[in-house]
Ligand binder design. Structure first.
Ligand SMILES: Nc1ncnc2c1ncn2[C@@H]1O[C@H](COP(=O)(O)OP(=O)(O)OP(=O)(O)O)[C@@H](O)[C@H]1O
Ligand SMILES: [Mg+2]
Length: 450
């Protein structure tokens, strides 16, 4: 007798399931994203995952030998929280061509050189194409094997036979399971494939790096459950026109999520950027109005960046405002503060604010820098070259405290700055720093009077 097949409709954007077709997804509000997919009955639990069928005393669980494996790419280790945890699933998302395959092949290169057994499985490129990329990266040593395959059953048996310590799946959207009728990359395929990898990871102790494509909004494509199933979600991002790339963690079961890793794309592959501040400030114009150096904290690292503003008389009834690398609404808010508290008639001026280098800051500590850049451009007066500014600006124009002011000042000192404009309340905790003039400000009036 034919088995009754159950099917459901899945939103291809967010993975939401409905029993009937809908024009618009009620969850992510995208139109025309529902596709009918057959739902496979859940198979009985895999034998590999059955080991803990009875509860185990917490003291009896062995942990020795489970310490982290360093990839020896310092920026990668930092983002992972100190290295790889055996048996974990790490999802890497990023725009097309940003360098995901390059990064992972380099990780494989380093791991294999340390004596780890590594298997790189690509569903997107042929072995020859991977080899071509490898040729650019220099010497490979140790046990690194490549496989070009998309059928998960084959991959599963290869993994069970080879038992590598680390495996790369490039990418999850190309993998397919024969039991599922829908096309590779669809919600049920991606979910089922990840499930298989999850069982292999926990059962055989293989660490998986999984490459995931991103949607046009920048989230990993396929079901949201994908992010729940894996241990770590990393995003590899960057401006396509700039050479540097940032690795950011969005979820990490074994480490902090506010660390970033900075890389630069070169012919030989990705090179770590040891001192991002220096990198961000390279090319800063001299004696130009509207340019201020600010300091944001990324994870535990202070990072200097240049904020640029251009304010000019508008020829429109609605002045134009653009913000690149910073929240648009935040810039509008700060301009309203300037208008109200300092009486600068910004409503008849166009304003463009940009963080040089294509980086994004979400920290309010950049507020003071933005305000000073705007005023400097409005008055067409350049600010001193050796000055940095940081502080949060409130609605009544007050300059509020920020976290870790000492570290920010230390970073400025390291890069040869001599003046720091900081919130008055932070002055005490910073104290006296050799060779640095610290100016505390209480409100934006004092800051722009400088
Ligand atoms: N010879 C080269 N010199 C410098 N950079 C190169 C060279 N070859 C490739 N690249 C860089 O590598 C990038 C492609 O890297 P990679 O294939 O790892 O990206 P990806 O994220 O895996 O892309 P996809 O999503 O298509 O799989 C290119 O965008 C380019 O910047
Ligand atoms: Mg790739």
């Amino acid at each position: 007798m034919a088995k009754a097949k159950k099917s459901a409709f899945f939103c291809q954007n967010c993975g939401h399931e409905e029993s009937k077709w809908l024009g618009q997804c009620p969850v992510c509000k995208e139109w025309n994203t529902f596709v009918e997919e057959t739902v496979v009955p859940v198979k009985g639990g895999d034998t590999l995952t059955r080991e803990a069928a009875s509860p185990v005393d917490i003291h009896d669980i062995p942990t020795e030998g489970d310490e982290r494996t360093r990839t020896n790419i310092a920026e990668m280790d930092r983002v992972l929280g100190g290295g790889l945890v055996a048996g974990s699933l790490i999802l890497i998302g990023g725009d097309p061509g940003i360098g995901k395959s390059t990064l992972l092949l380099q990780v494989c290169q380093k791991l294999a050189a340390q004596g780890q057994q590594v298997l790189y499985i690509s569903g997107e490129e042929s072995l020859k194409q991977i080899k071509l990329r490898a040729n650019r990266m220099g010497k490979f040593s140790g046990d690194l094997k490549l496989l070009s395959e998309t059928n998960l059953d084959v991959i599963r048996s290869v993994l069970e036979k080879e038992r590598p310590q680390v495996a790369v799946i490039d990418s999850i959207q190309t993998m397919y399971n024969e039991d599922i009728a829908s096309a590779p990359g669809s919600v049920s395929q991606v979910r089922e494939s990840t499930n298989v990898l999850l069982q292999l990871a926990k059962g055989l102790g293989i660490t998986f790096f999984i490459v995931g494509h991103v949607t046009k909004e920048g989230a990993v494509a396929g079901p949201r459950v994908l992010e729940h199933m894996v241990d770590t979600v990393l995003y590899f991002e960057g401006d396509r026109h700039a050479a540097y790339r940032i690795l950011r963690s969005a979820k990490n079961r074994f480490g902090s999520t506010n660390e970033i890793g900075v890389f630069e794309m070169q012919r030989e592959g990705l090179v770590e950027v040891k001192n991002p501040s220096e990198y961000m400030l390279s090319g800063k114009p001299e004696n130009a109005s509207g340019s201020v150096v600010a300091c944001a904290i990324e994870g535990t690292r202070p990072m200097l960046m240049e904020i640029q503003a251009l304010v000019c008389k508008t020829s429109f009834t609605m002045p134009r405002r653009t913000a690149a690398g910073i929240d648009y609404n935040r810039v509008n808010l700060l301009m309203a503060v300037l208008e109200k508290r300092l009486g600068i008639p910004l409503s008849s001026y166009d304003a463009y604010v940009n963080i040089a280098g294509g980086i994004r800051v979400d920290e309010p500590a950049a507020d003071l820098g933005i305000v000073m850049a705007l005023v400097s451009s409005y008055r067409n007066k350049p600010l001193p070259e050796d000055m940095i500014a940081f502080g949060e600006v409130g609605l009544s124009g007050e300059v509020r405290a920020v976290t870790l002011p000492e570290q920010r000042v230390a970073e400025a000192k390291k890069l040869g700055f001599h003046t720091c404009v900081i919130p008055e309340v932070c002055k005490k905790s910073v104290g006296n720093v050799d060779g640095i003039k610290i100016i505390g400000v209480q409100n934006v009036n004092q800051a722009v009077d400088l």
